[in-house]
Design a protein around this ligand. Structure first.
Ligand code: G6P
Length: 607
């Protein structure tokens, strides 16, 4: 996804636009650009690569003006070059876009036929030309935009400025989020409340299909049909400090260390400590009637769903189907009337997951959404909103959102079991007590940060790394491999320990570190047998287990990481810490860009 921001201000806007981009750089960092209006001219500055390149460009070529728009890009159509960087402009208008214009090829052909010259390979530039043509033909900005929006297919958030109207920005939202911010004598537009946090806390979330005329004194919001509508003004909880690293070197590191606090915060809204019971929000929905759960998510959120499958099946004895969102609709899933479909997403905006959610809605499923952004599209479209309280997650590689998702999903599975009469009051008390131990155990796991940092050099030179886990710790092996790939660019694979002998064992040699996740407990012996199969072939094992497990099987490993001894229910939360820290420290050894790894974006709002 990309980030967009606009300011109709009463003083110079350039520094504030750049600061807004800095707060949104996690959304994409392939290029950045800005356009202000000054002395009747559009002043456009763009740069390939990270925001610092745009800052350098602006130092050499300033952009004066009290109105402007800006963009940070995650490339979809067209390479991440300066000419493909936003804003796109004609002599009359400039715009920034987040999303994809699906019919851009037809529109490009039409524009070429009209003799227009397009400078970029992007889908976005066509919109600038279409609006410009209307303006050149005498339309006012409002009419120009109203003419063009119905012609666009796909998803977009847009912010458009007009050279001859240095008093207004027009924004539009379809499929990609856009918020309006209210200042004093100034108004703002942004992709999210975080981007606007230092400017204002008073915001309006635009609804699907809305478009808005933003002027210094206020806004006029139109719905998809062009009717003027009122939308609620809310006070955003986004704090400017949430987007600061504090004393940490990276956002990812800060977010890993926040986990005991945010998991406790999340658990406190799903569990009642006074009597160790599950206390979910009141839903107008009979969860005991659910006969099948469908879980859909992407990336790290998908692995949280995989762990939850074990819990739903074990506690609530309900069958669970789980899919990655990009595959889900295309396999023509059988969705029985009355099923519960659960969507897990940090951002609540991932396009594949959102499309799957809508598909399930159309097919009679009750929609549950485990999301970290309570104002996101998924949160709004869900029947059952199950928020995680992780706070803003800025590091592109997800960490604290994952453990908070696990906390919510464990509580939900227990709740379903209680409602189905499959979990006695005593069992419920035990389960809740174990979950409430999680924050303290996460803290203990974090105590091993230095040990993990000092062994990272053993992994950093590897070309391939294998992660093994069994049962609910198998998804952790997948998550560990994903984290390592994402931020250290080392090829890694997660495997179910017992499945390794059916293929990946052929990869084992002394150059492939094998990270074994094996908490002592019912699956320990079997996991250790699989670990021995690796060692027998010269494999270099790093064993992550508790003191008991390490005493039994730690000898002969190239390194061990000690975890606290925990109940198997919370092991996936606790064992998330060493796999996150290991990836983090290996990336630091390799000197990669931890918070903004190459080619990735925090949330992908295109399918
Ligand atoms: C992107 C991110 C991943 C994330 C995935 C799902 O690919 O790089 O870290 O897990 O999207 O995002 P979501 O916001 O839906 O959890």
């Amino acid at each position: 996804m990309c980030g967009i921001i606009g300011i109709v201000g009463n003083s110079s806007v350039v520094d504030r636009l750049v600061d807004g981009l800095r707060r949104m750089e996690y959304r994409g960092y392939d290029s950045a650009g800005i356009c202000t209006i000054n002395d009747g001219k559009l002043i456009r500055r763009r740069a390939e690569g990270k925001l610092k390149n745009l800052v350098e460009e602006l130092a050499n070529n300033p952009a004066p003006g009290e109105i402007g728009i800006a963009h940070t890009r995650w490339a979809t159509h067209g390479a991440p070059t300066t000419s493909n960087a936003h804003p796109h402009a004609t002599d009359h208008v400039a715009l920034v876009h987040n999303g994809i214009i699906e019919n851009y090829k037809d529109l490009r052909a039409e524009l070429r036929d009209k003799g227009r010259t397009l400078e970029s390979d992007t889908d976005s530039e066509v919109v600038a030309h279409l609006v410009s043509i209307e303006v050149e033909n005498g339309a006012c900005p409002e009419n120009a935009v109203a003419q063009v929006l119905p012609r666009l297919r796909g998803a977009f958030a847009l912010a458009i400025v007009f050279r001859s109207h240095p008093d207004k920005i027009i924004g539009a939202r379809r499929g990609s989020p856009l918020v309006v911010g209210y200042g004093s004598g100034e108004m703002y537009l942004g992709s999210d409340a975080l981007a606007l946090a230092p400017l204002t806390q008073k915001i309006t979330y635009l609804e699907e299909g809305d478009w808005v005329v933003v002027e210094r004194g206020g806004v006029i919001i139109h719905d998809e049909s062009g009717n003027v509508v009122e939308r609620e003004i809310q006070t955003s909880g986004a704090s400017a400090a949430a987007v600061e690293k504090g004393n940490y070197r990276h956002f990812m590191q800060k977010e890993i260390f926040e986990q005991p606090t945010v998991v406790a915060q999340t658990l406190s809204s799903y569990l009642r400590q006074a009597d160790n019971s599950v206390a979910l929000p009141q839903f107008d929905f009979d969860i005991s009637s659910v006969r099948r759960v469908t879980i859909v998510a992407c990336g790290t959120s998908y692995y949280a769903g995989m762990v939850a499958k074990y819990w739903f099946e074990q506690f609530a004895r309900v069958p669970v189907d789980i899919d990655v969102a990009s595959e889900f609709r295309y396999r023509e899933p059988v969705l029985e009337e009355g099923g519960l479909a659960l969507f897990i997403s940090q951002s609540g905006e991932t396009a594949d997951t959102l499309a799957a959610l809508r598909h399930c809605k159309e097919n009679g499923q009750t929609i549950g959404a485990v999301v970290n952004v309570p104002t996101s599209s998924m949160a709004r479209e869900a029947d059952l909103l199950l928020p995680t309280h992780a706070g803003p997650e800025i590091g592109v590689a997800s960490t604290k959102a994952f453990t908070c998702q696990l906390a919510v999903l464990a509580a939900l599975a227990a709740h379903m079991a209680v409602k189905k009469g499959l979990m006695s009051r005593e069992e419920e008390q035990r389960v809740v007590a174990h979950l409430l131990e999680a924050p303290a155990c996460l803290n203990k796991a974090l105590d091993h940060d230095d040990d993990i940092a000092s062994m990272a050099h053993l992994i950093a030179p590897a070309r391939d790394v294998l992660y093994l886990g069994r049962g609910p710790d198998f998804p952790l092996a997948l998550e560990g491999a994903l984290k390592l790939k994402e931020i250290s660019y080392i090829h890694a694979e997660g495997y179910a320990s017992g499945e390794m002998k059916h293929g990946p064992i052929a990869l084992i040699d002394d150059a492939v570190p094998v990270i074994v996740l094996a908490p002592s407990g019912p699956l320990f012996e079997k996991s250790i047998s699989n670990m021995e199969e690796v060692r027998a072939r010269g494999g270099q094992v790093v064993l992550i287990s508790d003191a008991k497990g390490l005493a039994e099987a730690g000898e002969g490993c190239i390194a061990t990481i000690e975890m606290p001894e925990v109940h198997p229910l919370i092991a996936p939360l606790v064992y998330a810490i060493p796999v996150q820290l290991l990836a983090y420290h290996v990336a630091c050894v390799k000197g990669t860009d931890v918070d903004q790894p190459r080619n990735l974006a925090k949330s992908v709002t295109v399918e």
